[in-house]
Ligand binder design. Sequence first.
Ligand code: NAP
Length: 287
Amino acid sequence: MKILVTGANGQLGTEMRNLLEKECPGNALYTDIDTLDLTDVKAVEHYVLKNDITHIVNCAAYTAVDKAEEDKAQCAAINVDAVKNLAIAADAVGAKIIHISTDYVFDGTAHRPYKESDKVNPISQYGTTKRTGETSLIALAPDSIIIRTGWLYSPYGKNFVKTMLRLGTEKKQLKVVSDQIGTPTYAKDLAIAIYKILCSHQWVEGIYHFSDEGACSWYDFTKAIHRIAGITTCDVQPIPTEDYPTAASRPAYAILDKSRIKATYGVSIPHWEESLVECIDRIKMEE
Ligand SMILES: NC(=O)c1ccc[n+]([C@@H]2O[C@H](COP(=O)([O-])OP(=O)(O)OC[C@H]3O[C@@H](n4cnc5c(N)ncnc54)[C@H](OP(=O)(O)O)[C@@H]3O)[C@@H](O)[C@H]2O)c1
């Protein structure tokens, strides 16, 4: 098995690298935009062929949800065209793809956790391009696995946990949206699930949902971050979405039903608060 991890400097990509270097050193190659620009189809084909890649884990994406509303072409280039390029390259060598998508393919009007078969209806440019990435991949490489996730955080890059840790020490008061519900997902937990699929003797194509267990609002998430980190000097107040206008709309409800990935691959999933404790410990150790 020769695995290519793309977007390897991002949150999930870095957790994939940590895990693969520990569990199966020498079996994976790691690229990011500086080493392999996925929007360059010839470069992608050449890389995959030259390195005898058997599996691609695509962690690369355009993830700036608000910026995407303006930066439409660049967002589509990475979330759609790059995915097509990977599919073309994979087809040329018979490699399999695990691609990561998002809960933002849904409009958030559901009243129970979203199943893979539920109707999609993205309400942002980011969600729209991620959905087109899914359909393009299914058309070009139907044996691919697509994992939709949400609210990713890690000790790496920019994310909500790191922002709230910083703001919690800088500010006396914070107002945080309390009417958008989802599940914070520790990128390391997703990396472990992907590793389990790679090591499994069965490859069952199609879409899967993965997040950590439980559900909360951004406000609840912030309170937990501060409690776990021991931040007591910041008063966090709940506000409705309408009081925090952003360029992109976000689903009010983004909880994913994880039955399929559990039943097919036997992944065990921690509760989000349990994983948050571990992540904050790691962030503090690196300070
Ligand atoms: N973050 C979330 O809350 C969230 C929620 C749901 C789903 N997801 C999905 O989960 C996956 C991983 O997200 P993440 O948070 O780990 O993303 P991330 O930290 O933003 O990492 C994405 C990586 O892709 C790289 N990249 C961008 N354009 C590229 C190109 N043309 N060629 C090669 N690499 C390129 C980025 O490089 P630069 O930094 O230099 O641009 C970055 O290192 C993505 O598919 C994302 O859509 C994320």
